[in-house]
Design a protein around this ligand. Structure first.
Ligand code: CTP
Length: 447
């Protein structure tokens, strides 16, 4: 009996797939189809897949062409499968021409002509196109414009830039003269403006029936955040807080491992984020620098703490060092938390430099995420015995921005709430911003 094997994602099964499966089947007597697992696809940069593994398997099954369906979960599995199932022929479409020649050592390799004019990517793009308006500065616009190339079903339609109000050529992106104008020509807005503008801009967008993705913090106090979520829900819109780390695969795995008790009970979470750029002291006016340390880094550092312990600390102590007399630009802020069953510290700074790592201490062991931990793709679980150490690596492309955008598009399509950053975490983060800005219980370090 001649055994044939082929692999694919088979998202939104189309006639290109069926054509391929038919011809693969004709190459032998028994066809095994390997369907890629969600994580394996993400790890190889295929982040837009819409259907779950089960849905994709069901679709392949329904073609009646596969004699057996297996799941492809890891790099290098093809060689294992070929040996295990005693395969005679490995086949894929001609878009992979040459890429699997290394398998010739184990079986015959056949590249079948790809069907022209159809692909899952094309179907996903056609389904709907979300027009995204951008608010912020030019550097961030360029960053997002590059990343959005990797995300199906969304494009930047226009911008309203803080500092460049005049019309100018921005690679096909229209620069509108006002925020109101921008809102007229988009389905959703991406807000990257200074934090003090967020709440008003979000409210206006939601009232104009636009979905919103906004850089964190989405407002500067918890009540305002609650109010914004209420409007979003009432209007059936998505309001998504953008903290890049929260949408990465590694970060979500890390939280699951903690929940499953891998390090025992958590007793301390210590998160440090600093970026020391030369600040422009010439004007001695730091109020003109929109992102101080607490707004710029605070949300990222606070998120794991609230996600691990919940949002009801028993005690919060904030200590800051300021660069301006009005005490708005904190060069450094340290927050000490006491929760009912654990403790946490946050260290954030734009006028200091420290090791930007994340350490989560538990009763059995600890998790160590090396600097810069917020670009999370690798972490270790360490125990007393050094040989028990476990390492975890997950792909992270584009600093996490593209995963954030993929989640946004999916939430809109499926009218799902944000399961990565729950509303209560957004409120808790904004509450800390409020405490800071109102100078409540802040200990100020002398120069
Ligand atoms: N295939 C094909 N003709 C097409 C599309 C896919 O022959 N028009 C083949 C691929 O070469 C592969 C198999 O079908 O052997 C599964 O491909 P998959 O990557 O799942 O499908 P695509 O439509 O190429 O998906 P995407 O656009 O997400 O890359």
């Amino acid at each position: 009996m001649k055994k044939v094997i082929t692999y694919g994602t088979y998202d939104l099964l189309h006639f290109g797939h069926i054509n391929l499966l038919k011809r693969a089947k004709e190459l032998g007597d028994y066809l095994i189809v390997g369907v890629t697992a969600d994580d394996f696809d993400k790890a190889r940069g295929k982040i837009n897949v819409q259907q779950s593994l089960m849905e994709r398997i069901e679709a392949v099954k329904a073609t009646g062409l596969a004699d057996e369906i297996i799941v492809e979960e890891y790099e290098g599995q093809k060689i294992d499968d070929i040996q295990r199932y005693d395969i005679d022929i490995f086949t894929v479409g001609s878009d992979w021409e040459g890429k699997f020649d290394y398998l010739k050592e184990f079986c015959k390799v056949v590249y079948l002509e790809r069907t022209e004019g159809i692909s899952s990517t094309q179907i996903r793009e056609k389904q709907s196109f979300l027009k995204l308006g951008f608010v912020g500065d030019r550097t961030m616009l360029e960053k997002y414009a590059n990343e959005i190339e990797f995300v199906n079903g969304i494009q930047i339609s226009g911008a309203y830039l803080n500092e460049f109000k005049e019309q100018e050529n921005m690679g096909g992106i229209v620069n509108y003269s006002s925020y109101e104008e921008l809102l007229k020509y988009c389905d959703a807005v991406l807000i990257e403006s200074a934090p003090q503008y967020h709440a008003d801009q979000i409210e206006m967008a939601l009232n104009n029936m636009k979905h919103v993705i906004c850089e964190s913090p989405i407002a500067l106090n918890g009540t305002e955040v609650e109010n914004l979520y209420t409007i979003a829900k009432k209007n059936g819109l998505i309001l998504m807080e953008a903290i890049k780390t929260a949408y990465s695969i590694a970060y979500n795995r890390l939280l699951l491992l903690i929940k499953s008790g891998k390090i025992g009970q958590v007793v301390s979470v210590d998160a440090t984020c600093t970026s020391r750029k030369e600040l422009d002291q010439s004007q001695n006016d730091y109020t003109k620098v929109p992102w101080n340390s607490i707004c710029g880094w605070g949300p990222t550092a606070l998120l794991p703490i609230f996600q691990i312990y919940g949002v009801k600390p028993k005690n919060i102590q904030i200590t800051s060092m300021f660069l301006d007399e009005e005490k708005k630009f904190d060069a450094f802020t340290k927050i000490n938390f006491v929760f009912p069953n654990g403790t946490a510290t946050v260290k954030v700074g734009k006028g200091v430099k420290s090791e930007g790592d994340l350490v989560i201490t538990g009763t059995k062991g600890y998790i160590y995420v090396p600097a810069p931990w917020w670009k999370l793709d690798y972490f270790e679980i360490r125990y007393e015995k050094i040989e028990d150490k476990k390492r975890f690596f997950y792909q992270l492309d584009g600093e996490g921005i593209r995963y954030e955008l993929v989640s946004f598009v999916q939430m809109i399509k499926e009218t799902k709430t944000n399961e990565y950053i729950l509303e209560k975490y957004s409120i808790a983060i904004a509450d800390i911003m409020e405490r800071f800005l109102q100078n409540r219980q802040i200990i100020i370090l002398e120069e």
